[in-house]
Design a protein. Structure first.
Length: 202
C-alpha cells in the first residue's frame, strides 16, 4: 500500500528476529529497504510495538467479555480495536490529530461504528426473499468491514458472518443479553481449531 498509494518505499523495516525469511530478504533487497531485527528473546528492543500489541490484546479481551462473545471472534474484535485506535488522538501527536489523519491526510469516517457485540437487524435483499419472507435477519454487530462500505454481522440463525450495508442497530442490547448458545471450537485431527462459521458477502 505504501508503494501504490504514496509512491515511496519503506526505508527501514524493523521486526523480531523470528520473522526472517528468504522471500522477505529478497523483497527488501529489490526495494532498497534496510532490515533491522531485535536480539532473540529481548522483546524490550521493540518496546513501542510490544506495548501497542498489549493494548490491542487487552482491548480485544474487553470487547469479547463485554459482549459475551466467544474467543472464536477474536479477529473481529481485534480489527474493531485497530479501527478505533487509528481514529482517536494520541499523546504522540498534536491535539485533535489521529493516526488516520496523519497517514492519509483526511478526516476519518466513523459512520459504521457502533457498540461491538450489539444486537442488529440486517436487511435481506429483494432478490434473496419472497414477498412474505422476513425483510431482515437478527444478528450481532462485529464491526466495520475493511473491504466494503458496510459492516460485519453474525447472523444468529446460521452463525455465518455476512457483510451488510443496510442495518438497524439496538445498542441497548448485547449478545450476552440474548441467552443464545455460544459456538464452540471444533478440533481437527491435525490439532488445528476451526470455528463453525463461513464468511459470506451477500
Amino acid at each position: 500500500m505504501v508503494q501504490t498509494r504514496f509512491k515511496c518505499f519503506p526505508k527501514v523495516l524493523r521486526a523480531d528476529n523470528e520473522y526472517r525469511s528468504d522471500a522477505l530478504d529478497a523483497l527488501c533487497a529489490r526495494s532498497g529497504t534496510i532490515q533491522e531485527f531485535s536480539v532473540p528473546y529481548v522483546q524490550g528492543q521493540n518496546g513501542m510495538v510490544e506495548r501497542r500489541i498489549q493494548t490491542l490484546m487487552r482491548g480485544t479481551l474487553s470487547l469479547l467479555f463485554h459482549a459475551g462473545l466467544s474467543p472464536l471472534y477474536w479477529d473481529y474484535a481485534t480489527l474493531y480495536m485497530i479501527f478505533v485506535l487509528n481514529r482517536i488522538p494520541t499523546s504522540q501527536m498534536p491535539v485533535d490529530v489521529c493516526p488516520h489523519f496523519r497517514w492519509f491526510g483526511e478526516n476519518p469516517s466513523v459512520h459504521t461504528l457502533r457498540i461491538f457485540g450489539c444486537v442488529c437487524y440486517a436487511s435481506v435483499d429483494k432478490s434473496l426473499r419472497d414477498k412474505l419472507d422476513h425483510r431482515s435477519r437478527k444478528g450481532v454487530y462485529l464491526g466495520p468491514s475493511h473491504q466494503h462500505d458496510g459492516v460485519c454481522v453474525l447472523l444468529l440463525d446460521t452463525l455465518k458472518v455476512v457483510v451488510r450495508r443496510n442495518v438497524v442497530y439496538n445498542e441497548t442490547q448485547l449478545y450476552t443479553d440474548l441467552n443464545f448458545p455460544m459456538p464452540t471450537l471444533q478440533y481437527t485431527a491435525g490439532g488445528r481449531t476451526q470455528r463453525h462459521l463461513d464468511v459470506t458477502h451477500l
